[in-house]
Design a protein around this ligand. Structure first.
Ligand code: PEP
Ligand code: MG
Length: 315
């Protein structure tokens, strides 16, 4: 499941998730008009991890800027300059590498919480190996500090990156060598690959998750990850879009993470799927020339393959 606050833990369990594939950690930063301290973040992460233990909880480091929390960033505790083009600006991992004290505090809190459950750490918006190396330098320094202070933390925390910038897709074979898993962020991947501002109403109709360019990028990322023996998941909205799910499974994704209420229907689709058919579907859609062609193909394929789920009654 994808969640943003601990209040959603009930629905994670109720809808039968097998873990949290994406905890968007931003909310703790905007609850009050002051940066959260290490203790507050530690308690928040410990609660998540302990509640779901032994299920994995994937906590993403602070992903602000772009279209997220811009108002609060400009006026609140974090303070950022107004940017002409925020989606291409100081957002996400770029922000935390720029404001390292904020980053270090969050990493310390996560590592301290790691002994209370199964933590996976996810770094957003990585766009090059050098950038990821800088992240790991800081992460290793934080671990050394905690060890020196004799603070307990889990040594085997899994590390992943979000693949959501086109350069990360192109370099996925190299990036896969340094991580334990990939998580594809299709919300941003679509925006950056199709050059569509995801919040702009004038071009919203061009925001097409099933664009073959997007599907090919997903496939490239999956293949690069698998060649290095790592799992590749997807945590963008597309993972909970029932039309897209069979396609994603056909492209070889190992894990889907979505809003909790989408889980039961997606599980049902999975149970009624056949891996050989899915594989053929994946190959078929990769040959389509544009999004409408993929949609029209699926319009016939889905009711035929999943008559109960996509029969005439299904809207
Ligand atoms: C994404 O980009 O697909 C994603 C899951 O992250 P967010 O929507 O929080 O940017
Ligand atoms: Mg994103």
């Amino acid at each position: 499941a994808n969640i943003e606050t601990a209040a959603e833990l009930d629905s994670v369990l109720k809808y039968g998730a097998e873990g949290v594939g994406l905890f968007r950690s931003e909310f703790d930063y905007f609850r009050q008009n002051a940066k959260p301290d290490e203790e507050m973040l530690f308690k928040s992460y410990r609660h998540l991890l302990a509640t779901l233990d032994p299920l994995p909880v994937t906590i993403r480091t602070l992903d602000v800027g772009g279209d997220k929390f811009v108002e609060q960033l400009h006026s609140g505790a974090l303070r950022l300059d107004l940017e002409r083009n925020p989606a291409l600006g100081l957002r996400s991992i770029r922000y935390t590498l720029h404001e390292q004290a904020v980053f270090i505090t969050q990493l310390r809190a996560m590592l301290r919480a790691s002994v209370h459950g199964r933590l996976r750490i996810l770094f957003p918006m990585i766009s090059s190996q050098g950038e990821f190396d800088r992240v790991m330098e800081i992460f290793n320094m934080v671990k050394d500090d905690l060890a020196r202070e004799a603070v307990d933390f889990a040594r085997e925390v899994e590390i992943g990156i979000m693949v959501e910038v086109p350069s990360a897709v192109v370099m996925a074979d190299i990036l896969a060598g340094g991580v334990d898993f990939f998580s594809i962020g299709t919300n941003d991947m679509i925006q950056y690959s199709l050059a569509i501002d995801r919040g702009n109403e004038y071009v919203a109709h061009m925001y097409e998750p099933l664009h073959p360019a997007v599907l090919r990028m997903i496939k490239q990322t999956v293949d690069a990850g698998h060649a290095r023996g790592i799992e590749v998941g997807i945590c963008g909205e597309m993972a909970g879009d029932v039309i897209a799910v069979p396609v994603l499974l056909g492209l070889g994704l190992d894990e889907l993470s979505m809003r909790p209420s989408a889980l039961p229907f997606v599980k049902r689709l999975l149970r009624h799927s056949n891996s050989r058919q899915l594989h053929d579907l994946g190959s078929r859609v990769l040959q389509c020339s544009d999004g409408p062609e993929v949609r029209s193909f699926l319009g016939a394929y889905l009711p035929q393959t999943y008559p109960e789920e996509f029969g005439l009654d299904h809207e």
